[in-house]
Ligand binder design. Structure first.
Ligand code: C2E
Ligand code: CA
Ligand code: CA
Length: 408
């Protein structure tokens, strides 16, 4: 606890009291132990604007102990606050007494911080005082950089300790209402943070290269689960498994070998596996991707383009790569019932698939009307909350056992 090491007497503020003033040179940062504050920016025209709030566990005014510049905003208590002071001397004394790793990391963060301040200066020279949004955005970026390092370390641990899970979302044949297979989606239940969205940890895993071992794990686990599901339900050889891959996976030399090995050790037939990739991979590393995909296709696996329609608009790549499936992005399905242009787009993608002999899967189907419209337009398969959410293996087994294709 930070309050255990900051031994000075806490300072108390009442609602409306200013803890610091814009333009003053400050000697202290403050750790907020109780209460809430608002950050107020005084503009050149004399008006002021609240650009953010901070509550217990956060620090305000930290720039002062990093350099000698005037405060860039004022901070005012919005209710009764208890804060602990951290002086510049105290901060530097603690830093010089810490171990080499902490010192180096702090050095990197401080350098970035100074760089951010310098950039804000440049912006203000060019265009007058920075807008509140600019200051807030810089703060968020800085905050995110530190947060990302933390998440990356914790994700690595989760991967090593076996704390990641997969959920499986059924993919439905719209003409028969049968479950044709599943998409494996990674789940991370963090002991303190709770459920962390893949939208947060996947990009971080991609940036740090951790995605390669995460994907290896996911492929292996998805194939094993498929076998267990088949054995428990008797649905044999008719179910497929789709696994998501990132560009970093594709860049690795042993990608294809790994996939082959997993298929043979888990005894899953190649035709049951679909590799989901995005258009970005094909654009970023066309030669490598083509070679890799050709090998996978020759072995009998299927290739799906995920989030189709959201990435690069050039369609010429569709001819050059061995693609089997286009997955219509959820955003088009959502808009399709409201906007004629989205409906036309979905119709065109389905037509494109039919002409190029590719199969179409629509994502994010939440309503019956959406499923009916897609079926009417000739879309073969769909997935979405309307049919089933991504579910853990036991629930998938129960769902298959009770699945009644006349009901959906
Ligand atoms: P995605 O591949 O496009 O996966 C579909 C996402 O849509 C999933 O989000 C799924 O839970 C969500 N979804 C499905 N049906 C509905 C619906 O009806 N309504 C709504 N609102 N959402 C629906 P999720 O699980 O949060 O995953 C987000 C993204 O994270 C995935 O998007 C994928 O890009 C990435 N991801 C997840 N697991 C993996 C993985 O194992 N490897 C890689 N490389 N990426 C993964
Ligand atoms: Ca996907
Ligand atoms: Ca998708």
């Amino acid at each position: 606890m930070i309050s255990d090491v900051l031994t000075k007497r806490p300072r108390h503020y009442n609602a409306g009291d200013y803890i610091m003033h814009q333009g003053d040179v400050g000697e202290y940062a403050y750790f907020i132990e109780e209460g809430q504050v608002e950050i107020v920016l005084q503009k050149q025209d004399g008006s002021s604007q609240i650009i953010g709030t901070r509550g217990p566990g956060t620090i305000i005014g930290e720039m002062a102990i990093i350099d000698n510049e005037p405060r860039t905003a004022s901070v005012r208590a919005t209710n009764t606050c208890k804060v602990l002071e951290i002086s510049r001397e105290d901060f530097h004394r603690r830093l010089s007494g810490s171990d080499a790793v902490l010192q180096t990391i702090m050095q990197v963060i401080l350098t970035r911080y100074r760089d951010t301040l310098a950039r804000i200066d440049t912006i203000s020279e060019k265009r007058g005082f920075p807008s509140p949004e600019e200051i807030e955005r810089e703060y968020v970026l800085e905050h995110n950089a530190v947060e990302s390092i933390k998440i990356a370390n914790e994700f690595k641990e989760a991967l090593e300790n076996g704390d990641l899970r997969l959920h499986y979302q059924p993919i439905i044949d719209l003409s028969t209402n049968d479950i044709t297979g599943f998409e494996a989606l990674m789940r991370w239940e963090h002991p303190d943070r709770g459920f962390v969205s893949p939208g947060v940890f996947i990009p971080i895993a991609e940036d740090t290269g951790l995605i390669v071992s995460a994907s290896t794990w996911a492929l292996n686990e998805a194939c094993r689960a498929l076998k267990r599901i088949e054995n428990s339900t008797g649905w044999k050889d008719c179910l497929g498994m789709s696994v998501n891959f990132s560009s970093t996976d594709f860049a690795s030399d042993d990608f294809v070998d790994n996939v082959y090995n997993t298929l043979s050790t888990t005894d899953v037939a190649a035709h049951q596996l679909t590799l989901e990739i995005t258009e970005r991979i094909l654009m970023q590393q066309p030669e490598n991707a083509n070679k890799t995909l050709e090998m996978c296709r020759k072995a009998g696996m299927k290739i799906a383009i995920d989030d189709f329609g959201t990435g690069y608009s050039s369609l010429s790549y569709l001819h050059s790569f061995p693609i089997d499936i286009l997955k219509i992005d959820r955003s088009f399905v959502v808009d399709m019932m409201k906007k004629e242009s989205s409906l036309e787009l979905v119709r065109s993608i389905i037509g494109l698939g039919q002409n190029l002999k590719m199969s179409i899967v629509a994502e994010g189907v939440e309503k019956k009307e959406e499923a009916d419209t897609l079926k009417f337009l000739g879309c073969e398969r769909a997935q979405g909350y309307y049919f089933a959410k991504p579910l853990p293996e036991e629930e998938i087994i129960a769902l298959l056992k009770s699945w009644d294709n006349t009901k959906t």
